[in-house]
Design a protein around this ligand. Structure first.
Ligand code: FMN
Length: 171
């Protein structure tokens, strides 16, 4: 619970590099996420240097998360293949499965003292052309990855009791 409740979306970072073995650990954490029929239709790009800077052109100046992509040493681009992830009764699973993978990654990152920020407001076509992605791949989310330079306050959550409905035989 300490990691789960303590994790924050981080938007300001120190420039310190992230050791490659930590990046590998985070990818392994994502790779253990559940997915529909274990199809794992997502892939993760890790960008740095000039490739990371090019990504900024796809993110609106007014997106609060943009500063994180500027400052952190690494940027993540989470993509998914809706065909590979599968669809059942008109319900595509690629966003759900990629989201679970990101959640695993973000929590493992926080546990290592690293920050992330899920960013989904960006120009998908610009990212697609930057990474030369084929048309069948969807760009699900971007994220900075690095050591936080801020301690963000926790945005309040609804009381958990309002989120749950317990049913038994009497109701
Ligand atoms: C699907 C999704 C999309 C998001 N898109 C953005 C975004 O484009 N820019 C941004 O700054 N934060 C974005 N966020 C981060 C949320 O604003 C953040 O998770 C929420 O305010 C709760 O804060 P916390 O993550 O620190 O607990 C996104 C989060 C999710 C789950």
């Amino acid at each position: 619970m300490e990691v789960i409740a303590g994790r924050r979306s981080v938007r300001h970072f120190r420039p310190d590099p992230v050791p490659p073995e930590k990046v590998e650990l985070l990818v392994q954490a994502a790779n253990w996420a559940p997915s529909w029929r274990n199809l794992q239709g997502w892939r993760l790009f890790v960008l740095q240097g000039e490739r990371k800077r090019e990504l900024l052109a796809a993110v609106p100046e007014t997106n609060r998360g943009r500063s994180g992509l500027e400052e952190a040493p690494l940027a993540l681009v989470l993509v998914a293949d809706p065909e590979q992830s599968g669809t059942r009764e008109h319900k595509p699973y690629y966003l759900f499965d990629a989201g679970l993978a990101f959640a695993h990654l973000a929590l493992a990152a926080w546990n290592e003292g690293l920050g992330t920020c899920c960013i989904t407001w960006f120009q998908e076509e610009k990212v697609r052309s930057l990474l030369k992605l084929p048309a069948h791949l969807a760009v699900v989310a971007l994220s900075p990855l690095g050591y936080p330079a801020e301690t963000p306050a926790a945005p309040a959550r609804r009381p958990w009791k309002e989120q749950v409905i317990f049913l038994d035989e009497g109701n």
